[in-house]
Design a protein around this ligand. Sequence first.
Ligand code: GRF
Length: 229
Amino acid sequence: MGKGVSPSPERARVAVLLSGRGSNLQALIEAQQRGTLPVHIVGVGSDQPDAPGLLHARAAGIPVWARAPRDYPDKAAFEADLRAAMTQSQPDWIVLAGYMRILTAATVEHWRGRLINIHPSLLPRHPGLHTHARVLAAGETEHGASVHFVTPVLDGGPVLMQVRMHVLPGDDAHALAARLLPLEHQLLARSVALLVAGRAQLQGDGIVYDGRRLDAPLQLNTLVPALPG
Ligand code: GRF
């Protein structure tokens, strides 16, 4: 391997789990390639061997592990294999980027404090699925995405950072999803950058950011007060 392409040893090692399209993975790859995200993406895992997102990983030369849970006796066995595969690449951080299965408590515990998820809503509003439709059904005027530490409560762990956008007249769920996605990409790259810089840690049931307990999620944009620091 030429000198220019060797992963620098001091870079944080990041593994990504996905189930689908993988645009958030691609955003991390591009941020890393642009030089704005000092990480080494060491592995991608999936519960969907045909996930389109795996193409992004392969194109970037990232090792891929992808197996169907139905090929295992149970979820615990599948996840034990998933954990073992990811552990081989020695990740410092594990990013759920469109990973569509609820992880078992054993896996969440195994990666506690190093496991984050991107979710397309302003948590704690709308955990779970169909967030865009639910925002519209509730008549809300604001929508967004959250990056949070994963705990055993579905989409319930402490939120590190959010990005917000207005709901516009005439928006349907498709329009909301399309407008939110590029914001998600920025949110995820920025969140990972903060984490690998050592600026935020999970502590108990909260987050310590720059040495102080975070009272409310950081905000990437300015619909509300700007990102501190
Ligand atoms: C994103 O909306 C993310 O917030 C959610 O699943 C979607 C994944 O999109 N958890 P992609 O696979 O990264 O394109």
